[in-house]
Write a protein that binds this ligand. Structure first.
Ligand code: TRP
Length: 343
């Protein structure tokens, strides 16, 4: 089931948007480069599932990415790659709205206005700010501090009431809620308080078996890459470090390869049993996992290639998404300006 992007604004999505009582969800994803297994299992898969049930708005947050990426060509390329990957993995512009943050300038306007109701101490204590500051000590730019205020604006501008995110975003979401509350307190009830919908997937560890799968760590499985690359990455995975000899019993609970098998077949308990009794070895397990990953993602990989070869198609989807959101963003901003004394 691969999404067929169209460049036409979608009547179906507009109709879906107007179903009363339906939750409106919003989520943002950073254009961080090639999409890996952790992105799909941790977020994108969930986005795909939610688009059928809810009115869903998905945003590629290039403004947020500017807090760490300063090369124009790199950012542009990554934004397009992320869009193509999301479409290839199943986001359907007939069912959801996909757009790029900077295509709707109201986000930054609202972020400024939100900054005026946000105490400095709230942003300074954000754990991700401290983490980022230590990761890029020579580039502790002010936008790193403002980051969660912009995130609050992203969500609030569309009056989204549900936000699907990973657990690592809990602090940001809490801050978004506080900012919205602070605004409502000062200027009267204007925004709904967004609620986090945490994805159930436990954190996906990288090929090192220790750290979260992440491009910056270099421990990814690049699901949309060539099969050879995927195989090489899977074969390099760290398994149960206490299983030295092939005949040693394996411990699936601590083996990352075994853990990932859960997502690629109903037979994982069987496979685990084979590990425990040393019927199978780590190399067998890795080969099987690599095969399954390559097979599962073959259609998406093909679709991704097609989309990357046809940038106009991707750009058309993104443009239509931003256009569709325009009336809603403008309506919110009109109300906000009125309340704040700007008109
Ligand atoms: N901060 C999120 C991340 O790094 C991305 C993001 C930006 C976001 N704006 C958002 C997530 C709004 C949810 C809602 O993953």
């Amino acid at each position: 089931m691969i999404a067929q992007p169209t460049t036409e604004p979608s009547a179906a999505a507009d109709a879906a948007a107007s179903v009363p009582g339906r939750h409106r969800i919003f989520s943002g994803i950073q254009p961080s480069g090639i999409v890996h297994l952790g992105n799909d299992l941790g977020a994108i898969r969930n986005y795909v599932a939610l688009q059928t049930e809810f009115e869903a708005i998905y945003c590629i947050v290039d403004y947020h990415a500017l807090t760490s990426t300063h090369e124009a060509d790199v950012l542009r390329q990554r934004t397009r790659e992320m869009a193509a990957a999301l479409l290839a993995l199943g986001l359907d512009p007939e069912r959801c709205t996909l757009f790029v943050q900077s295509h709707r300038p109201e986000h930054t306007e609202l972020a400024w206005l939100f900054a005026t109701v946000t105490p400095v101490s709230w942003v300074e204590r954000t754990p991700t700010y401290k983490e980022k500051a230590s990761q890029q000590p020579d580039d502790v730019n002010h936008a790193l501090l403002t980051y969660p205020i912009l995130q609050a604006a992203d969500i609030a501008i569309y009056q989204a009431d549900r936000v699907p995110v990973g657990k690592d975003q809990a602090a940001h979401l809490e801050l978004s809620r506080e900012i919205v509350r602070a605004f409502n307190r000062r200027y009267g009830q204007t925004f709904v308080e967004p609620q986090a919908v945490f994805t159930e997937t436990p954190t996906v560890l990288g090929t090192d078996g220790v750290r979260k799968m992440s491009k910056s760590v270099g421990n990814t499985i690049d699901i949309l890459g060539e099969p050879d690359l995927v195989r090489r990455q899977v074969m390099s995975m760290v398994t149960d470090t206490q299983r030295i000899k092939r005949t040693d019993p394996g411990r699936p609970e601590v083996c990352n390869v075994c853990q990932l098998q859960r997502f690629f077949g109903d037979d994982y308990e069987d496979l685990w049993d084979g590990e425990r009794t040393a019927r199978t070895g780590c190399v067998d397990m890795k080969r099987l996992l690599a095969d399954r990953i390559v097979t599962r993602y073959a259609p998406a990989r093909e679709r991704y290639r097609e989309l990357m070869a046809d940038p106009a198609q991707v750009d058309g989807v993104l443009e239509a998404g931003a256009d569709r959101l325009r009336p809603r963003a403008e309506a919110t901003m009109a109300a906000v300006r009125e309340r704040m004394g700007l008109r």
